[in-house]
Write a protein that binds this ligand. Structure first.
Ligand code: ARG
Length: 465
């Protein structure tokens, strides 16, 4: 694509070092779409004859159909002599369209193409991730529905805190993923794919030719693809990758927290949850082991996803305007984060509904009366009009006294209780300090979080085939 200026032959080792086809083949669909729009602009500007346009279009469409039908994986076997996806596609069109292909790259640059391709990739993957998040939320609802009314152990500082319902517990994750879903939707709504920035200074094809070409080539564009408004920015901007990776990092953080909880709660120290065999593995030496590998790998993948974000931020820091070849290295972290997140989500969607509560263990845990200390303090405030600070101190004293009795709170007699506070009696302790009372009606914030808009909000442009 650029041989004319060079007398010497490119060093073989350097050529391999700088080629990107092994990973940027994933952009094939978007790169061909760019070419289809671009040849429309060339036709509009009178730089292609009708015949040349038709033969280029035929070759491009044939390749696009193959890429969509088979997936772009076949491109990797193109051989080591091809530098990147842009030159690969050019070469394929040349094979089929002959002389007309000499005009395919007229007045455009790979700097513009690659930004176009990556933006479209981000849009598409953003929409797919949002759909997977929707399914994950449905899975959480299924799990919650299967345990309707079940009580659960609530922790702060990993210490027993208060009784909650399993629905409230799972609802916390539902809220996190609903926020993530909203973030993806906002991102999708804002992102525009641009065209016509040239190498950095725009092209003499002008905005109108591109606008006409867009109308002809794209169905349902919905304003998603537009002629670039600042060409220098367009070829040097990678904010949209950093932003998507930031959202993916937040999702990953939420998945990692879910994984961590489920790992802890299913271990024999807590034993509150039972994990499905289908998603666990055993030990080659210890016959009793059932290891939560799916969750551990989800937790471990956080390194890869956060790493991708930090990679991009570091890559872009201090880069002079406009395009620099450093930016070629933005693809592997982007693809890695997207693919990792999508596989995690797809697996967790099937895993979650199969998780079960260990009812007996939950019941045993909830028989610990200290769980209801806050409940008793609130009861003293509500029913006996005692100031909260006094109520707090009173219950604190009760817990302290119980620590010295072998049977805990149940071991304290009427007199001991009354000495702590006249409002306390065995009857009160029995009535208030139990799970049914504590998880009962009247507690706030136990509701379900609403999901974002329906997936129909994610409308991608489609090339007319
Ligand atoms: N492979 C390059 C990238 O991904 C495409 C742009 C190349 N431009 C250039 N002037 N060498 O960034």
């Amino acid at each position: 694509m650029w041989g004319g200026r060079f007398g010497g032959v490119t060093d073989g080792e350097f050529f391999n070092f700088q080629r990107s086809l092994d990973y940027d083949f994933k952009l094939a669909e978007y790169d061909i779409s760019h070419s289809l729009i671009h040849i429309g602009a060339l036709l509009d500007a009178g730089l292609l004859s009708g015949k040349e346009y038709s033969s280029l279009k035929k070759a491009l469409r044939r390749l696009l159909k193959r890429v969509i039908g088979e997936g772009p994986g076949f491109i990797v076997s193109a051989g080591t002599g091809v530098e990147d996806i842009h030159s690969y596609i050019h070469g394929q069109v040349e094979k089929e369209a002959g002389a007309a292909a000499l005009k395919l790259h007229t007045l455009r640059s790979r700097n513009d193409q690659v930004a176009f391709d990556e933006k479209w990739y981000c849009l598409k993957e953003c929409a797919e991730t949002a759909l997977l998040l929707d399914s994950l939320i449905v899975s959480l609802d299924t799990l919650s529905g299967r345990h309707r009314g079940s009580l659960f152990v609530g922790y702060t500082h990993t210490r027993r805190a208060q009784v909650i319902t399993f629905d409230l517990y799972l609802g916390a994750f539902r809220s996190m993923f609903s926020r993530d879903r909203q973030r993806l939707e906002d991102y999708f709504d804002r992102l525009r794919v641009c065209i016509g920035a040239g190498a950095l200074a725009g092209t003499s094809l002008g905005k109108d030719s591109y606008a006409n070409a867009l109308r002809a080539a794209v169905t349902d564009n919905a304003g998603k693809i537009i002629p670039a408004d600042n060409s220098v920015d367009h070829v040097s901007d990678r904010d949209y990758i950093i932003e998507l990776l930031s959202i993916l990092s937040i999702i990953q953080m939420h998945l990692s927290r879910l994984a961590e909880d489920f790992i802890l709660y299913s271990g024999s120290e807590y034993a509150l949850l039972c994990l499905p065999d289908e998603f666990c593995t055993g030990s080659s030496l210890m016959p009793h082991k059932k290891n939560p590998d799916l969750l551990e790998l989800v937790r471990g993948d956080t390194g890869r996803v956060y790493g991708s974000l930090v990679w991009l931020l570091t890559l872009m820091k201090g880069l002079p305007l406009s395009y620099n070849r450093d930016m070629q290295l933005d693809k592997e972290p982007l693809f890695a984060a997207v693919e990792t997140l999508k596989s995690e989500l797809s697996l967790l969607v099937r895993f979650l509904p199969l998780v079960k509560i260990n009812k007996q263990a939950v019941e045993n845990a909830l028989s610990d009366k200290t769980f209801y200390a806050t409940e008793l303090a609130e009861w003293l405030v509500r029913e006996k009009k005692i100031p909260f600070k006094t109520a707090h101190e009173t219950v604190g004293a009760l817990i302290r006294a119980a620590e010295c009795s072998a049977e805990g709170i149940d071991g304290l007699n009427e007199e001991e209780l009354r000495r702590i506070h006249p409002a306390l009696s065995r009857a009160v302790v029995g009535r208030v300090m139990n799970p049914v009372h504590a998880s009962g009606a009247g507690r706030t914030a136990a509701g379900k979080t609403k999901t974002g808009k329906k997936p129909a909000g994610f409308k991608l442009p489609a090339i007319k085939l």
